[in-house]
Design a protein around this ligand. Structure first.
Ligand code: ZN
Ligand code: FE
Length: 267
């Protein structure tokens, strides 16, 4: 049971349960319920979602999409056929999102079931990527990972860094629900950049243990990400020095960090 916290002018529903349904190689399909109704985020495959619904005696009411990549939308068509669920996603990407019912944009509210999420346009990984913030949670798809961020397929460094800075302005206790289990390799890269960062070294060791036991590393907390995730710290002199650009601004530091991670092969 999760408390959404804070007093609101308008009463809003609480999330009863939230689950990470493992899918494909390393995706998580986040799934939450209110009573016997469910919402899923980025169903890259249908089968594990249908099994989860059946196991819990649940009905799928809504599907939230963050972006158009196949590992996030691959299950949508089958799920809509099987359940009649309503599909929410970025209107600008409607030509490449299957079965879109509700077209969203920056600042809109997505209201699946009785919930209320603010839509944040976060170009960078893709140009049409959106995140859903609300109820103390952030569903950030491939924009933000724990200790890392997504590959920059469509955006540019200034855009992506700006998107991440906007996410970082959310409250520190926000639970960060990323779409992939990439924490370990992200931490290895972060530690290679800042070998003297004690918090990162500690996180790498504990994450190695958790992953060896097959445990999930998510959701993380945004406050932790702001202190540890190099991609959220592009304005810090330590990061500018770590990428060899001591005089550079946050966008250039981000670009260098992203390029460094793309080349990184350690673990
Ligand atoms: Zn993606
Ligand atoms: Fe993905």
């Amino acid at each position: 049971m999760i408390d959404v916290g804070g007093k609101r002018a308008r009463p809003s529903a609480a999330v009863d349960t939230i689950s990470a349904i493992p899918a494909l190689e390393d995706n998580y399909i986040w799934a939450f319920t209110q009573g016997a109704q469910a919402v899923v985020v980025d169903p890259g495959e249908a089968a594990p979602v249908l099994a989860w619904l059946q196991g819990g005696g649940l009905r799928l009411h809504d599907i939230l999409l963050t972006h158009h990549h196949p590992d996030h939308i691959g299950g949508v068509a089958s799920l809509v056929t099987a359940t009649g669920a309503r599909v929410w996603g970025h209107g600008a990407d409607r030509h490449r999102l299957p079965a879109l019912d509700v077209a969203l944009g920056e600042g809109d509210h997505a209201r699946p079931l009785g919930f209320d999420f603010t839509v944040m346009a976060t170009p960078g990984h893709t140009l049409g990527h959106i995140c859903y913030a609300g109820h103390g949670r952030l569903f950030c798809g491939d924009t933000l990972f724990s200790a890392g961020c997504g590959r920059m397929f469509e955006g540019n460094p200034a855009q992506y860094q700006h998107s991440l800075a906007r996410l970082a302005a959310l409250p520190d206790d926000t639970a960060v629900h990323c779409a992939h289990e990439y924490t370990l390799s992200n931490l290895a890269f972060a530690c290679s950049l800042e070998p003297d960062h004690a918090g990162l070294a500690e996180a790498l060791a504990s994450t190695r243990r958790r992953r060896a036991e097959g445990q999930i590393t998510l959701p993380s907390r945004l406050g932790w990400e702001k202190r540890h995730n190099p991609f959220l710290r592009c304005a810090e002199p330590a990061l500018a020095r770590a990428v060899g650009l001591p005089e550079a601004g946050p966008a250039a530091v981000f670009g260098a960090l992203r390029a460094g991670k793309d080349r990184y092969r350690g673990r």
